[in-house]
Design a protein around this ligand. Structure first.
Ligand code: IMP
Ligand code: MG
Length: 180
């Protein structure tokens, strides 16, 4: 599909599923090399990262574990950078080498708060892999993902797990909002 309409907005195909698969394979290769001999705990941030996490995890050749969390970030005068866990983290991260799996890092607010939380819980190391990264939008240096599928301009994208008003997550390619 060259373009799709979701809730009255038109999105054009931006990255094909074949190109996505290639970039995911490259990330897996880097993680496999960097974590050789280690047993990382991978934490998938729901909902958006489920598709990336599934494709990535199949290519991880380590004795890795995966668990899932839902986060809500909020920015108030006092609460900047705080993140709320909407589901508990069922695995103890103390002493673990954690790799957070995200769909996209935009301002970095969500990852800034979650990385801080994981370190407070005693994680030995925390790195982020994000399928997409918008470097020009980043506001929190500690939220910069080490393992990026692709860096993109500050535009709204859809598909491969990412939604527009909860729709479009099922699209296997990545789409970009027309005229954005
Ligand atoms: P951040 O906390 O500003 O980095 O925002 C991250 C969250 O915003 C992501 O996990 C997404 O849920 C959402 N988000 C940011 N940019 C996009 C986009 O282009 N498409 C869909 N969701 C997005
Ligand atoms: Mg997300």
């Amino acid at each position: 599909m060259q373009s799709v309409e979701v809730n009255g907005r038109v999105f054009d195909e931006y990255v094909t599923s074949q190109e996505i698969a290639q970039s995911v394979a490259k990330v897996a290769e880097r993680i496999n090399a960097d974590y050789a001999g280690k047993a990382p705990l991978m934490i998938c941030v729901l909902n958006g990262a489920f598709m990336y996490a599934s494709d990535l995890f199949k290519q991880i050749e380590l004795s890795a574990e995966i668990t899932f969390v839902r986060l809500k970030s909020y920015e108030g005068t006092k609460t900047t950078g705080d993140v709320k866990l909407l589901t508990p983290l069922y695995v103890d991260v103390k002493g673990r080498d954690v790799i957070v799996i995200e769909d996209i890092v935009d301002t970095g607010l969500t990852m800034h708060g979650f990385v801080k939380y994981l370190k407070e819980q005693g994680a030995n190391s925390v790195e982020i892999t994000s399928f997409l990264f918008k470097p020009d939008a980043l506001q929190y240096a500690d939220a910069e993902p080490k393992y990026v599928g692709m860096s993109i301009p500050t535009k709204f994208v859809l598909g491969y797990g990412l939604d527009y008003d909860e729709l479009g997550r099922n699209l296997p390619s990545l789409y970009v909002l027309r005229g954005n």
